[in-house]
Design a protein around this ligand. Structure first.
Ligand SMILES: [Zn+2]
Length: 235
């Protein structure tokens, strides 16, 4: 299903990221560290959004302030199954990313001030670049492999830095995958890829969809889905 996304800077509630979802039945509001995320069903109006924010805004802001901001320091590392990253002081003038086969080193100059907010932003975007690099290197190939294995067909595959969804599949068969998938164990990555492939056959979450997914996973997909919920895209 096509999704339209817009970001607004609300005078009272800060950054709001709105996703229009044709399949949503009701409005969903979620607090994340970087913004309040709103999923909008068709026909919802600006006024509906304002009303919802008036009703739930302060609770969301409170939730938001309780989400720990893990600042990136010299000893920061990511150790996932197919992705690792560490920081290293090097004779560089600005941040520089090196690495291959999923093992990355982010080089920083000795003078870098880790307490500076702009620096933290730059560190995060460098880490995001590494995640996207690895995602592009591995996910489309794995998707093609699984599609061939299950004899399923999709049109194309795109990688996005999506915090809100691991993956999605449009009615045209375009599969979109979050770059943060590379932070997951392989069996969960495969679960998400198979999930999206099933949407090329069943554009819904009907019992038929889950039955098909169970067949592809060769097990009940329920356990995998529960396990996936214990992961998030924050690093
Ligand atoms: Zn789905």
């Amino acid at each position: 299903m096509q999704q339209k996304r817009s970001t607004i800077l609300h005078p009272e509630w800060g950054t709001i990221i709105i996703t229009h979802n044709a399949r949503a039945r009701r409005m969903i509001l979620r607090a994340r560290r970087d913004a309040i995320y709103i999923t909008l069903p068709p026909f919802a109006t600006k006024k509906d959004v304002e009303n919802a924010l008036t009703a739930h805004g302060s609770k969301l802001k409170e939730q938001q302030s309780n989400i720990p901001e893990r600042s990136i320091q010299k000893r920061f590392t990511i150790e996932a199954e197919s992705f690792s990253l560490r920081l290293q002081q090097s004779p560089v003038r600005s941040l520089r990313l090196t690495g291959s086969s999923g093992a990355y080193t982010l080089h920083y100059p000795a003078t870098l001030n880790f307490e500076d907010e702009a620096t933290q932003q730059k560190l995060r975007s460098a880490i995001n670049a590494a995640l996207t690099h690895r995602a592009k290197e591995t996910l489309p190939a794995r998707l093609a492999q699984l599609a061939a294995q299950h004899n399923m067909h999709y049109t194309s595959c795109t990688i996005r830095s999506s915090h809100t969804r691991w993956g999605s599949c449009s009615s045209r068969g375009t599969i979109s995958l979050s770059s943060y998938l590379v932070l997951l164990p392989q069996q969960l990555i495969d679960y998400v890829l198979r999930h999206e492939l099933c949407h090329t056959v069943e554009m819904n979450h009907s019992p038929r969809f889950w039955a098909l997914l169970d067949t592809l996973c060769r097990t009940s997909s329920k356990a995998l889905r529960a396990e996936l919920k214990s992961y998030n895209t924050l690093f």
